[in-house]
Design a protein around this ligand. Sequence first.
Ligand SMILES: [Zn+2]
Length: 433
Amino acid sequence: MQSDPSQSPTPLLADTVIRNIGQLVTIAQQPIDEASGPLQVLENAVVAVHDGKIVWIGREHDQEHEFQQDEETRSDSITIIDAQGAVITPGFVDSHTHLLFAGSRAAEFHLRRQGVSYSELLAQGRGILATVQATREASSDTLTQLALQRLNTLRDYGTTTVEIKTGYGLDVTTEETCLRLINGLSAHEAVAQGLQGLEKVRVVPTFLGAHTIPPEYRDRRSAYIDVLTEKMLPSFVGLARFCDVFCEEGAFTLEESRRILTRAKELGYQLKLHADQLSASGGARLAAELGATSADHLDFASDEDLDAMRDSGVVATLLPGCSYTLRSPYPSARRFIDRGLHVALATDCNPGTSYCENMQAIIGLAMSAMHMSLEEALLATTINGARALGLQDTIGSIEVGKRCELALWSINDYQEIGYHFGTNLVRSVLVES
Ligand SMILES: [Zn+2]
């Protein structure tokens, strides 16, 4: 993938050149340097970008190219960014969040720690239905402002692409509103609305109407599934890239999940599942059967089902923020990695079980509590996050032809990641759009 400067002395079109990169952690699939390790770390590096895409990667002293602006568009000179010897990695890809919501469940977090059960919390009007009620009652403007704050936070910590699910509306009108708001958070809409700073985050929308049965359908669950399959899914085509289902005891059964996801697949959605989080629900097997892009949580998935996922190319997304919040056992990452699955890590940012926008914290938990190496955790939060969104050919690594979505760190040795904890080590993100 790398251009060889010694054989390409002709000027190369570029509009941005990032120089003086102490360590460029490329996560490239192809070795770019014989001395580089599993992450492909290039020292004293330069990256050239044209029209939002990476066009050249190399070492500073090898760099014999002259970069020039496109004749037709050369209104400005080439932008030179000095990384000041710091580390650059791909921007994080957070492939699983629920960050569009209103209301707070901080009190619930502390009540759980005092031993109050989830069913007792539900009886008190807390739990997921409290978020559904608050989200239904919130104005679009309030929901947008809350989501913008969270997006700004996750970007500050190095995330450049984030998936956002609906699932706190659970009626046709609110689910559609939430999907439109999520789409509105993406680059062009944000700029058009004058929302400062958001042009740097790519948003991937997911429809999760099958998050839980809404209270008004508690005794008529099959009627709600009719609404999902016959009203919501057909009318939301084009608004969501993915359809997700919470396949779990207390949420949607295996057969209900199969029905919803089969309909979504017919309509052209890509598929995701919340699978086997609290019990062996069969969700992992269903993900393999239907060719889902990812299955997420997977704490109780059997070895056979994980093998089926691997053979079908389903990404396993692990969410240690839930284990932290619920004080439940962390998923065994080794079990997944050693079986040859692609493992992604994500925040699962949501008000009930993981209120976290910070992928650096997720890396810390994965290394500390899930026995992942730094290399594995970086792969899981970049290229495998991209894989969990079907975007591995576009983002998730620093390679010629990929989009320029980078995290510029305030450290000069990438091994400080996970070691120097509890502080934000990312200086900024660099996204050329
Ligand atoms: Zn989730």
